[in-house]
Design a protein around this ligand. Sequence first.
Ligand SMILES: NC(=O)c1ccc[n+]([C@@H]2O[C@H](COP(=O)([O-])OP(=O)(O)OC[C@H]3O[C@@H](n4cnc5c(N)ncnc54)[C@H](O)[C@@H]3O)[C@@H](O)[C@H]2O)c1
Length: 329
Amino acid sequence: MMSCGEKMKVLITGVAGFIGSNLASRLIKEGHEVIGLDNLAYGLRENIPDGVHFHYLDIRDQSIYRAFEGADAVFHLAAKNCIADCQEDPVETADINVRGTVNVFEAAKRAGVKKIIYAESSALYEGSKVFPTPESEVNPESFYAVSKLASMYFAEAYQRFHGSSTNEPSAMSHQPLNFTALRYFCVYGPVQDYRRTIPPVMSAFIIKLLRGETPIIYGTGEKRRDFVYVEDVNDFHLMCLKDGRTDNRVFNLASGVNYSVNEIYEMVSELLDIHIPPIRKPDLPGEAERTLADIGEATSLDWMPKTDIKTGLLNAIAYIKSEMAKGNI
Ligand SMILES: NC(=O)c1ccc[n+]([C@@H]2O[C@H](COP(=O)([O-])OP(=O)(O)OC[C@H]3O[C@@H](n4cnc5c(N)ncnc54)[C@H](O)[C@@H]3O)[C@@H](O)[C@H]2O)c1
């Protein structure tokens, strides 16, 4: 494990996406070298911060292997991750999220990378009725969630055969590979993807209200989500690079508090001081009624989500206003 002040070479897959681009900005600010991979299937080139050594590559392709050479750590974030799209196309979901993920693990192993931090999801708890939900409650239902579970099993197998506690002869020729699995709940903040057919609720409400249009709420609006601000998530990301207690463990990353879609709508409306009654449309398929994380594992490592929902929303609003001013929205 790296010591606290040491500068590292960090590779991020999915660097043009929401979490990846925010993470790249933070790592560059902290003086680390960042290699970024993305095929721009969902992310945007303009999201990638200056200073990233960017490779336009697909994680399913073996041509990614060279980019991993010399990397100290890998954040694997690239995925097909819109639940509705994954329900439509389970074959591509498996191709990107399972085959692509294994290809990333293999690339890291061959390059002698010491640590992979990779994205699982709160979707792994879709079938659980335990709230707040601890990491042990794995019960996926959707194709997306099942693809994340398959990634988890592959990570466990790589740990078993190539990790620090293995006695396998094949592991002896390699640098031991450690993993940290992150189960993000609803991460929000600047650069969140507002261009999707159905954007995340916060961006959707902010954009519609700023444009003077009528926001849409799917279903009753009583579904509750545990939201966590992207910079709080970045605090944990940085800890994963430095703190050996994160090795070969899984963590919920969330705030431990949830809000309904209706409550979020009211908050956005209040903060903007724009009040347009939303229209209601039929519920979206494959979404859990509520999410609420048990964050005890993560907080036991001196991490605490610090950003209250209003501050986080104000930052998201400022970002969307600046994109509008640039003519991007
Ligand atoms: N944002 C959340 O709240 C949340 C919640 C749970 C889990 N996650 C997981 O966290 C990770 C990052 O999420 P995000 O919100 O930043 O998603 P995002 O869609 O904004 O970013 C994902 C990036 O991966 C890239 N990508 C997709 N397929 C690729 C491929 N085959 N090769 C190379 N690049 C490819 C996309 O172009 C995109 O830039 C994902 O694995 C997601 O499943 C996110």
